[in-house]
Ligand binder design. Structure first.
Ligand code: 6GU
Length: 228
């Protein structure tokens, strides 16, 4: 799966991309992430890519021409041309179902804007898929793009060990449950002991206990998932 990120802050991405799982996926050529500086498509000599909103108001708006030109140029850099995704708080909220829909795409062009937004004509011309990562406002789409890439990379076959395919993970289709509690050594810390059953070696009982804890956690913290 290939991602092309269009951003005014390309320097935000290398640190994220060196994270081990993503880095391995890139090294293994399962995933390709190309980051492009929107400013490279500025049309004037001052490299201006944003301007004040018509009608007044705070902040700056990303200009239509550099954005549309950048997307078209980036699409031409490789095959297939890829679907366009605009990171915006007014987009469709990302959840695991949406992640799975996007995960079948071979290539996505991710447009990151500052939060005051894009000139409306970017949307009118490019008809991007508009994605939000939740009901809060970020300073820009970059962190949201990383969240989206992170969730998508897990769905690319071969990226996770084959013992843990994400397509049947917790939260994936048909299993929208929170995790059960997990423990590792030591068996006791500050008076807190690992539940006896996990040391019993009885795999049937362990499985039952985990299912019960999962259900209990989900009921207590995310009853909305059970209603669904
Ligand atoms: Cl995609 N962008 C911004 N700026 N804020 C957000 C968001 C995106 N998703 C949630 N909040």
């Amino acid at each position: 799966m290939r991602f092309d990120v269009l951003t005014l802050f390309p320097e935000m991405f290398p640190g994220y991309m060196s994270q081990s799982l993503l880095n391995k996926a890139i090294e293994g050529q399962l995933v390709d992430v190309q980051v492009h500086n929107l400013r490279d498509w500025a049309t004037d000599k001052h490299q201006k890519i944003d301007d004040r909103p018509f009608g007044g108001g705070p902040g700056m708006i990303l200009m239509v021409e550099p954005v549309v030109n950048s997307v078209r140029a980036v699409q031409k850099m490789a095959q297939p041309k890829g679907k366009i995704v605009m990171m915006t708080p007014s987009g469709r909220r990302l959840d695991q179902k949406f992640v799975e829909e996007l995960a079948v795409e071979p290539r996505l062009i991710l447009l990151c804007g500052r939060y005051e937004g894009f000139d409306q004509r970017v949307t009118d011309i490019l008809h991007p898929i508009e994605v939000s990562i939740g009901d809060y406002i970020l300073n820009g789409g970059e962190v949201a793009a990383m969240v989206m890439i992170d969730s998508l990379v897990r769905m690319v076959p071969g990226v996770l060990g084959d013992e843990q395919s994400s397509w049947d993970d917790s939260f994936s289709r048909g299993n929208r449950m929170l995790e059960y509690p997990q423990y590792t050594r030591p068996r006791e810390f500050e008076g807190l002991e690992v539940p006896e059953i996990l040391l019993s070696g009885n795999h049937g009982e362990i499985e039952r206990w985990r299912k019960a804890k999962s259900l209990e956690n989900t009921r207590l913290r995310r009853s909305d998932l059970i209603e669904e």
